[in-house]
Design a binder for this molecule. Structure first.
Ligand code: NDP
Ligand code: 8X3
Length: 251
């Protein structure tokens, strides 16, 4: 897939999604950029020009998601690549102290929104016999950590959904990849999660985390692979991060 593609990126208003939009337009693709913050999408449009189509979309609004394919302008309707990037974590407390409303928000955004938009674009991709679905999972979907409770579980769902999708799509030329980054700075992820910019900055203190540009680089590589190759999943971490083993409570 080296020629110009029409690529829909969810959550393009900041972080990974904004970096993806910029990189992919620079590489000659057309990008449909979605998110709730219309002013950010408008700013991206001004920066990147008509190769970017801004579409305001709340990933918790299921009926709006179902209408997206029909509401796109004709010239943008044949989406070749869907990048399921929109998502969030809320809170770092133990499960027993969490706000269940925050759990609902993560489930609605990271799971329900993701499966709905995937379902919305699958029929067109199958009809055209052309398509690639890339989801942004997380190492949190594989490695448990304190306070990861529902966020990590949503990413575990994404991981298994993508594996199952790949199985269902066997026999079609469609491709499916779950991209699972670890610690990544330079986005609003920790600001959203912690609701406090000083605490968010502290998460990355003394580290050299992955960056949104690293994610864009990886996706750019995926898109340049020959059509017969499917990368099922990529787990990536900064060099300063590794898994920490099991915990033991001693008396
Ligand atoms: P950001 O907070 O910078 O970006 C999140 C994006 O998701 C924003 O564009 C936001 O747009 C969008 N989004 C959130 N909720 C909704 C919603 N209800 N409707 C539509 N869009 C929504 O974080 P990142 O760029 O870091 O995160 C991108 C993805 O990467 C997420 O899925 C995250 O879980 C995952 N990830 C992040 C890692 C990290 O360490 N940063 C590591 C591994 C995975 P808006 O608010 O305008 O709607
Ligand atoms: C984001 C990475 O480790 O904060 O998905 O959960 S982590």
């Amino acid at each position: 897939m080296t020629s110009s593609q029409t690529i829909l990126v969810t959550g393009a208003t900041s972080g990974f999604g904004a970096a993806l939009a910029k990189r992919l337009v620079k590489e000659g693709h057309r990008v449909i950029a979605t998110g709730r913050r219309t002013e950010r999408l408008t700013a991206l449009h001004h920066t990147l020009g008509d190769a970017l189509l801004p579409v305001t979309l709340d990933m918790t609004d299921i009926s709006a998601i179902r209408n997206v394919p029909q509401q796109l302008p004709d010239a943008w309707r044949s989406v070749d690549v869907l990048i399921n990037n929109a998502g969030l974590a809320l809170g770092v407390g133990p499960a027993q102290d969490c706000d269940p409303n925050e759990w609902e928000t993560m489930v609605h955004t990271n799971i329900s929104g993701l499966i709905e938009i995937t379902h919305a674009f699958l029929p067109g991709m199958i009809q055209r016999q052309q398509g690639y679905i890339i989801s942004i999972g997380s190492t949190a979907g594989t490695y448990p950590y304190r306070g990861g409770n529902v966020y990590g579980a949503t990413k575990a769902f994404v991981s298994q959904f993508m594996r199952n999708l790949r199985t269902d799509l066997l026999g079609t030329p469609l491709r499916v990849t779950n991209l699972e980054p670890g610690l990544c700075g330079g986005s609003e992820f920790s600001d959203v999660r912690l609701g406090d910019s000083a605490k968010a900055a502290a998460v990355y203190e003394g580290t050299a985390p992955l960056t949104p540009d690293d994610i864009a680089e990886t996706v750019s590589w995926l898109l340049q692979l020959p059509a017969h190759m499917n990368i099922n999943r990529i787990e990536m971490m900064p060099v300063c991060q590794a898994s920490g083993g099991l915990s033991v409570q001693r008396t």
